[in-house]
Design a protein around this ligand. Sequence first.
Ligand SMILES: C[S@@+](CC[C@H](N)C(=O)[O-])C[C@H]1O[C@@H](n2cnc3c(N)ncnc32)[C@H](O)[C@@H]1O
Length: 276
Amino acid sequence: MAGVTDDEAEGVTRRTVGDAETRRASRRWWDRDADDYQDEHGAFLGDVDFVWCPERLREADARLLGDPAGQRVLELGCGAASAARWLATQQARPVALDLSAGMLRHAARAAETTGVRVPLVQADALALPFADGAFDIVCTAFGAVPFVADSAAVMREVYRVLRPGGLWAFSVTHPMRWIFLDDPGEGGLKAVHSYFDRRPYVEQDADGVPTYVEQHRTLGDRIRELVGAGFRLRDLVEPEWPEGHEQLWGQWSPLRGRIFPGTAIFISDKPLVEGE
Ligand SMILES: C[S@@+](CC[C@H](N)C(=O)[O-])C[C@H]1O[C@@H](n2cnc3c(N)ncnc32)[C@H](O)[C@@H]1O
């Protein structure tokens, strides 16, 4: 789960970046960041747990996926795959997929330490190496979707690998967070950007080569991408900051979380009959 940082920072800009360049940046970024990400967030995410967001909404409590027992589940952008391992303990049949070998190394290590093993696949969410209708559920907590230039194409690809009646649930940074600086404190309470500026947040090196790219879509954009792919939107969950939860995650903080949402979770399904 990343976020939008201060536009004044060196090497930071907002500009359009294509799919190939975005993929290169993401792969390199997540490979290099994998150890730090796990050091910083691994304990919060747990070894065998499905945490949807920094607000600490857990699938064990929220049950956004229904009963996963017996279901073929694909976790996209799995990182260390703690969610897929939790799903395995719920008698689901998960597969965990990520673009980054560095992140998948943590998943492989955690399989050894926990003894909960799930198949791991290195692939791009834009080109899923699975047959049509291979899964009953596809899900992700902040994986892949914010890190591809063409997220509408991810929606179509997920639609393809789901069986009719299958469920697609993903969490992303709440679009309205893009109005603010990436600051968990008072500085993050003042609107400074246009909600309608769809240019991605880009960090780049001295040669202008992108090293980190994160995409913004408005709520309407996300819904149009889902509906355009053929999905029916079932719910849009905006987890509230729980009482007593004081842990920060980047720009997510109790201060901001009590005032406005930090995460949006889209729950949709593929109709039983196409175009229904
Ligand atoms: C913010 S991390 C989330 C990881 C995990 N789901 C979690 O909750 O901690 C984003 C993940 O998306 C993966 N990712 C980025 N672009 C991707 C793509 N095009 N296809 C598949 N995974 C991708 C990254 O490698 C990274 O592991």
